[in-house]
Design a protein around this ligand. Structure first.
Ligand SMILES: [Zn+2]
Ligand SMILES: [Zn+2]
Length: 884
């Protein structure tokens, strides 16, 4: 009967494996089906009509249904993408056999909620295999565990039937057996609001509070449903004490918030801290960025204010080997304050918690709710990804979330004696806040991420909410941009989506799981166009989990969203809506989402991970489909890459080479303020020190040059580890510039107007004491120019006069050349490069100013830019009296 071919055989020892054996090799994958050829491509068609592309040439063509030894290849979603045929055996046509795969392998990656598991399978003298199988939540697998696994093919996936641990140190016998699991497709029912039939165990919570605190009279806020448990916030009205209770099955935990101290305690007497040069605790203010300096990622700031060391934010970098902020600078932190729940601001909080146990951590209630989902996701991503180290474990995570205290937005609180803190609505995402701190004579405002424009899920930051502060640390993400009108962008996105689906295509909107995705859902749901179209919206990935949090916490959302609930409608997942919002709950359902015209909203927004890559890799090749990027993309992310592609280009995504046929467009639905919003905030806070962080090189420097910022504030663009001390000017400022900050800017002058001109008499003491006027006096010749109601005086050197004349002549010459700067030629192509040139001369490289030049050379760093600016002599303004 057997007619096995001569192809190399996989090792198929099917012996019983005793516990304690090291790496016994087993790999045996037997599927039944027949080979068919479609348009010249070979497929293995299984009994259930699922087809798999054959990777290598078929060892021998045999007609009819056969039993095949195969080696499957799986992609990142565990789908079998192709198969390599090894050999085949005849099979009776009526035989009904399950398609089985047996293997011994080590767990090398665990997917989200353990739904996916990747094994490394060693085979002697053959390539090591890596296979991703579908698993179940209750298998409780561990990384690097050696397992004997039996799996069955269901559709395009391999689902684990049983797994036996072979690790020596795991005991023996029955304990090693991991419970076999059902292979029924796991379609989770849509999550329901906490059902009223299972009331939370309030009495047990009150008993636990009494036992733990020995105080009675606690009042519980409504219980919050958590993963397999309940949680309460509690308050003791008599003293104002606050606590939190968590009940998970048998486990009950109580966390008592540290008592709020109302009176300012004199700390100088019982603490030995060197404060500043004068040793004055009330004037000390020092900031040191530990991340997000000269870039985005791992936001974290160490602040010494009064006698305290405070940490603001503790985020991670999304990728690479260096995910953490420079926590080694921390000495003895007294408190951690958190602005919002994006990974780059919160991702390293569990690490902080483990290094500094017992230090209080405070955020807004909205941030804590979202932190549950975001941090859980950070943990899973770490476990799945080969190149990001595991920073914390499940225990750290649970402890962090339980101990994370909350304070509402807009209310002063005093977490440490004398330290006033306030969270101010930042308008960036749900729960996001700016942090204001004040101690003694000093105050500081850290913006976190913010948006001055309202969106559907958050109300924008209001300038009136912002206090003045001595130091301002502001994000600068869009420091170089001006956003188009938000409403217009939203309408354009909706129209573009409608156009694609009307023609029968699919639209993928890769979106940040938090904020952007929910906005797009709401925009579509309230759009009249979509009511008529009646097309489904699928949501996948982290988007789903975050949307659940939004749905369960409507109080955190603007009134327009709450209105849905008041009309007894689901604002997000409403299956009865004309455009139903359908969560994709398993990778198996993904092809469904693309089978008919639809909108798919999936994370991640930059296509750096998550299911959006899966959809993109299919839809990019479809002519009638589209990918609409909706927000910020990192320079090197696939999301940015796609924006620069044209039809017909090829691109590699998710390991597949793709031919771009779909439409790719970008819409700007930003959650950050633009240059205008940023400068408004800066002027409102009016700090002495302006610290620019959280932006690209271009954004940080463009912002520093915006308007008159550099004339009004000490601007710092620090690197990680730099120290910014209140009162100390940034190193790049010239002595002359410093004088400008310190001397009065306004004084009275006498003006005597005559027919042919005017005399302006400057008070003698000003000319003598203010070096700026001395400088003007020294040059002898001044230029005067009206700018609105200001008369601007600037010194004129002999060179300036020649330049002015050359410009006035209208001729093409160095004076009007794009490469002419500070009297020198800056064109590398020119023989005069870096030499002082005659403004009236001209060379072959001449390009008139204002003509767009490709490959504009950006100055490398801040010192260079400021140095260049310092060469110019400052201008002076005379203010008419009515403006004083
Ligand atoms: Zn953010
Ligand atoms: Zn951020």
């Amino acid at each position: 009967m057997s007619d096995r071919t001569a192809m190399p055989m996989p090792n198929m020892i099917d012996a019983t494996i005793a516990a304690g054996t090291s790496e016994t090799e087993i790999f045996n994958c037997t599927w039944s089906g027949e080979i068919c050829s479609i348009e010249g491509v070979m497929y293995l068609q299984c009994a259930d009509n699922t087809r798999f592309r054959v990777a290598q040439k078929v060892p021998e063509w045999k007609e009819g249904k056969r039993s095949w030894q195969i080696i499957p290849s799986t992609d990142s979603t565990a789908e079998v993408s192709q198969v390599t045929l090894v050999s085949s055996e005849e099979l009776p046509s009526d035989a009904e056999v399950a398609d089985i795969c047996e293997l011994v392998g080590r767990v090398i990656q665990l997917g989200k909620r353990n739904a996916l598991v990747q094994f490394k399978i060693k085979r002697s003298e053959q390539k090591t295999l890596k296979l991703t199988l579908l698993n179940s939540q209750n298998l409780n697998l561990k990384l690097s565990q050696l397992l004997k696994v039996q799996a069955q093919r269901v559709g395009k996936f391999l689902q684990i039937l049983s797994a036996v641990s072979l690790d020596e140190n795991q005991g023996s016998g029955a304990e090693n057996q991991i419970t076999p699991i059902s292979i029924l497709p796991t379609v989770e029912p849509a999550k329901k609001l906490p059902s009223p039939e299972t009331p939370p165990p309030n009495d047990a919570a009150l008993t636990a509070l009494l036992e733990e605190t020995k105080e009675s009279g606690w009042q519980l806020a409504p219980a919050i449903k958590r993963r397999d448990g309940w949680e309460w916030e509690a308050v003791l009205p008599t003293t104002g004490k606050r606590a939190r209770v968590l009940i998970k099955g048998e486990k009950i935990k109580v966390y008592e918030y540290a008592p709020e101290i109302k009176e300012i305690v004199d700390l100088e007497s019982d603490r030995e801290i060197k404060f500043d040069a004068q040793n004055n605790v009330n004037t000390r203010l020092i900031v040191r960025p530990l991340g997000a300096a000269k870039g985005i990622g791992a936001s974290c700031f160490q602040v010494f204010i009064g006698p305290y060391e405070i940490v603001m934010d503790c985020g991670t970098r999304p990728k690479g080997y260096d995910p953490l902020p420079a926590l080694d600078h921390l000495q003895n932190p007294n408190l951690l304050l958190i602005t919002h729940a994006h990974q780059d601001h919160i991702g390293a909080v569990p690490v902080f918690q483990a290094r500094f146990p017992g230090v209080r951590m405070i955020c807004t209630p909205g941030t804590r709710e979202i932190a549950h989902v975001m941090l859980q996701d950070c943990l899973k991503v770490q476990q799945m990804s080969e190149d990001s180290p595991e920073l914390f474990d499940e225990t750290d995570l649970e402890r962090t979330l339980f101990r994370l205290e909350t304070q509402p937005i807009g209310v002063d609180f005093e977490p440490l004696p004398g330290l006033k803190v306030k969270f101010i609505n930042a308008g960036h995402i749900v729960g996001a806040a700016c942090i204001y701190m004040q101690y003694g004579d000093r105050s500081i405002l850290y913006t976190g991420d913010y948006n001055t424009t309202s969106s559907r899920t958050t109300e924008g930051l209001k300038l009136a909410d912002l206090p003045k502060a001595d130091m301002l640390i502001t994000e600068s993400t869009y420091g170089a941009d001006n956003h188009p009108n938000r409403k217009a962008q939203e309408s354009a996105l909706l129209e573009a989506i409608a156009e694609v689906v009307k023609k029968g295509g699919n639209v993928l909107v890769p979106a940040f799981a938090l904020g952007r995705a929910q906005e797009i859902i709401l925009a579509i749901r309230t759009s009249a166009v979509f009511h008529k179209l009646q097309i489904p919206i699928f949501v996948d990935g982290l988007v789903r989990a975050v949307t659940d949090v939004f749905r369960d916490n409507l109080t955190l959302l603007p009134q327009s969203v709450k209105n849905f609930a008041q009309q007894k409608q689901e604002p997000f997942f409403d299956p009865n809506s004309p455009s139903p919002v359908i969560p994709i709950t398993s990778p198996k359902q993904r092809p469904l989402a693309m089978a008919k015209p639809s909108v798919i909203i999936a994370s991640s927004g930059m296509l750096t991970g998550g299911p959006s890559i899966y959809y993109a890799s299919t839809l990019l090749e479809r002519e009638n489909s589209a990918i609409f990027i909706s927000g910020y993309t990192d320079e090197e992310s696939p999301g940015r890459l796609l924006q620069n592609l044209n039809t017909g280009d090829t691109v590699t995504l998710d390991g597949k080479e793709l031919n771009v046929r779909a439409q790719v467009r970008k819409f700007n639905l930003s959650a950050h303020a633009d240059k205008v919003g940023l400068t408004q905030v800066i002027h409102r806070v009016n700090p002495q020190h302006l610290i620019l962080i959280h932006g690209s090189h271009e954004a940080l420097h463009e912002l520093s040059r915006a308007g008159d910022l550099k004339d009004k504030y000490y601007i710092h663009i620090p690197s990680v580890g730099d120290e910014i001390v209140y009162g100390q000017a940034p190193g790049h400022l010239s002595a002359r510039k410093l004088v400008q900050f310190d001397l009065p800017t306004e004084f009275e002058v006498n003006v005597e107007a005559e027919v042919e001109g005017a005399w302006i008499r400057i008070p003698e003491e000003i000319v003598e004491t203010d070096p700026r006027w001395q400088m003007l006096a020294e040059t002898g010749v001044l230029k005067a120019k009206w700018e609105g109601f200001h008369l601007k005086l600037s010194p004129l050197t002999q060179r300036d006069i020649v330049v002015e004349e050359a410009i006035a002549s209208g001729e093409d010459c160095c004076a009007v050349c794009n490469f002419f700067r500070a009297g020198k030629c800056q064109s590398e192509e020119s023989p005069l490069f870096s030499f002082s040139v005659d403004p009236t001369s001209k060379c072959l490289e001449f390009i008139r100013k204002g003509v767009v030049v490709e490959n504009k050379v950006e100055p490398e760093d801040e010192e260079e830019i400021f140095a260049e600016e310092d060469e110019e002599i400052d201008d002076f303004y005379l203010l008419p009296e009515d403006e004083n």
